[in-house]
Design a protein around this ligand. Structure first.
Ligand code: GTP
Ligand code: SPV
Ligand code: MN
Length: 573
């Protein structure tokens, strides 16, 4: 309460509202937004309790250039983060926050990350003047009274201060102070910049604590794969932003593999703790999805299409005359307004913004794992790293050891997507899909990963997958989506000692015939292309990482350099 008073005295709102997270309160907030025009009601018969939100056209994605880690020493943030001195940053930010809520209401939204009865549960409090943030937090986290309850016997919580400010792009800041567990964000109202529970708390602040306390806070999906015999194998997977986590977590088996069930636990963030049995157990701190609209259809993701029919906030999609949401993968519609509310003409720029998103309560999801609320989480048997790579990188390969797997994760690259500001399709490094989200020096982060092999002999196996290879015609070679289960089946087979592999310099690939391709009509030569290891190409690829790894200086682990030189030697031999 002292802290809330202090923030109020600096930002000077007209009133302060403490959020209880109730249904009734949600209705009041939604009604208020409908009146203000920050939400648009969709056809309530076809989309009950669903609304459209249009953001400021200049505020549609994470802005990495305005995201900072603020610590006493630059070295704490590493070359992977923008850095500001913590004291200077706080002074600067308080000057921008000064009086910024005048004429507005300040909302205090306490939230939990993780099940309330979990030893890994964390409390955060976000102060904000944005109702869009408040209603999103209520979908994405366990928000309200339940979190205050938890604070009764402790004062440990992550403090988040957010304001829409004036939306002045040049004064936009998303600043993280890991040492005091404080986040300050102003002049953006976009998901990853403004919902401070998400990347800011769950990853940037949590990753620093995770290193100190010996666990992992990762940009990962979590799924349980149940095969025909009822055996469950849990996988987690780190793919860069807009590169397939949600879609893999929501996978619907193709007809030829319909004896499988895929249970969802999480689609974006996983906290992993080592248990007494030496296994890594994963929980999803969130209880909602903030997921990509583009390409989502009954064909690519039928389970998602079912989930969005109720209680969903659509951000920056198009709107049909029937007041239904509309985006690229929807059947053609007459008279559509684009995401900015302007008349859309077929063939013009996309009606929905490429980074348009759905915010959905996880309980809407038809194949939610019965373990999704388990306080200890689920034991992970395999960790998948995945790139978005049109060339070179095969459909799947397995690392030969934990250490080799850490190198595989460290050597991830992605063709950039619309999830962050900047050019789309530029190839850049994104180790473990954490480049934008690791709250400290990634050299130390790699060491933290390596350290797990000293603590346990029972760690998950590590794999790399790539659904995004393109042929000479520019089209995807692999059908992706539900068909990805064929690759997961091989991975499940590997961890259970059933599937065959061939050794190659980069790792173990499926032996001929060991990938289940029954009922899949791939063009001739496609699977050979997808599983080909081009030594020359790989030598170039691996060599390109030397410069990147050197940016971490002494903090880059010696053992990882050793893995690196071993890989180069294997490729040259
Ligand atoms: P964030 O929420 O930004 O972290 O993204 P994400 O990793 O959850 O990605 P998501 O599953 O939303 O997929 C992003 C885009 O890639 C969407 O347009 C998907 O339709 C597309 N996509 C996902 N899986 C596949 C696949 O297997 N093949 C192809 N071709 N596209 C895919
Ligand atoms: C991502 O960019 O990885 C997302 C969306 O999942 S955001 O919440 O903006 O981080
Ligand atoms: Mn993400």
């Amino acid at each position: 309460m002292e802290w809330v008073d202090e923030v109020a005295s600096r930002t000077r709102p007209d009133s302060v509202v403490w959020c209880d997270g109730s249904e009734q309160e949600y209705r009041i907030f939604v009604d208020q937004m409908l009146k203000e025009g920050t939400l648009i009601e969709l056809d309530q018969k076809r989309y009950p309790n669903c609304y459209l939100h249009r953001s400021d056209p200049d505020d549609v994605a994470r802005t990495e250039a305005s995201t900072f880690i603020c610590t006493p020493e630059r070295a704490d943030a590493g070359p992977n983060n923008n850095w500001m001195n913590n004291r200077e940053a706080e002074n600067l930010l308080w000057r921008i926050f000064d009086g910024c809520m005048a004429g507005r209401t300040m909302y205090v939204a306490p939230y939990l990350l993780g099940p309330s009865n979990s030893p890994y549960c964390q409390v955060g409090v976000e102060i904000t003047d944005s109702l869009y943030v408040v209603i999103s937090l209520r979908i994405m986290t366990r928000m309200g009274a339940i979190a205050l309850e938890r604070l009764k016997d402790r004062d440990q919580f992550v403090r988040g201060i957010h304001s829409i400010g004036t939306m002045n792009h040049s004064l936009r800041y998303v600043c993280h102070f890991p040492n005091t567990k404080l986040i300050m964000s102003i002049n953006s109202n976009y998901g990853g910049n403004a919902l401070l529970s998400k990347k800011s708390h769950s990853l940037r602040i949590a990753s620093v604590a995770a290193r100190e306390e010996g666990w992992l806070a990762e940009h990962m999906l979590i799924v349980g794969i149940e095969d025909g015999s009822g055996r469950l194998t849990y996988l987690s997977g780190a793919f860069p932003s807009a590169s397939g986590k949600t879609n893999l977590a929501m996978l619907k088996p193709p007809p030829s593999l319909n004896d499988f069930k895929v249970w969802l636990l999480g689609d974006d963030i996983a906290w992993l703790h080592l248990s007494a049995d030496g296994r890594l157990y994963a929980i999803n701190p969130e209880v909602g999805f903030f997921c990509v609209a583009s390409n989502s259809s009954a064909k690519t993701n039928p389970n998602l299409m079912e989930a969005i029919r109720k209680n969903t906030i659509f951000t920056n999609v198009g709107l049909t005359a029937e007041r239904t949401p509309w985006w690229d993968a929807q059947p053609p519609a007459a008279s559509v307004l684009d995401w900015r509310g302007r008349t859309w003409h077929p063939g013009g720029a996309t009606a929905a913004h490429p980074n348009s998103r759905f915010t959905i309560p996880i309980r809407r999801y038809p194949m939610l794992s019965p373990k999704s609320d388990d306080p200890h989480g689920v034991p992970v048997s395999a960790i998948l790293f995945g790139g978005r790579r049109s060339e070179l990188v095969p459909l799947v390969y397995e690392a030969s050891s934990w250490e080799h797997g850490v190198l595989v994760g460290a050597m991830m690259k992605v063709e950039t997507t619309a999830a962050a500001d900047g050019t789309v399709g530029r190839l850049r490094e994104d180790p473990m899909a954490m480049m934008p989200f690791c709250g400290y020096d990634m050299g130390a982060y790699f060491q933290h990963w390596l350290d797990f092999s000293r603590k346990s002999k029972n760690l998950p196996r590590i794999f790399h997958v790539n659904w995004f290879r393109r042929g000479k015609d520019g089209r995807f070679v692999w059908p992706g989506y539900g068909e990805n289960l064929r690759v997961l089946k091989w991975i499940v087979g590997r961890v259970n000692g059933e599937a065959e592999a061939v050794e190659t310099p980069i790792g173990n690939l499926p032996a001929p015939g060991s990938l289940d391709l029954k009922g899949l009509d791939l063009p001739k030569g496609a699977i050979e292309e997808l599983l080909y290891v081009d030594r020359e190409g790989w030598l170039k690829e691996v060599s390109s990482f030397e410069k990147f790894f050197k940016t971490f200086g002494d903090r880059f682990p010696k053992a990882l350099w050793q893995e690196y030189w071993n890989l180069i030697a294997r490729l040259q031999s």
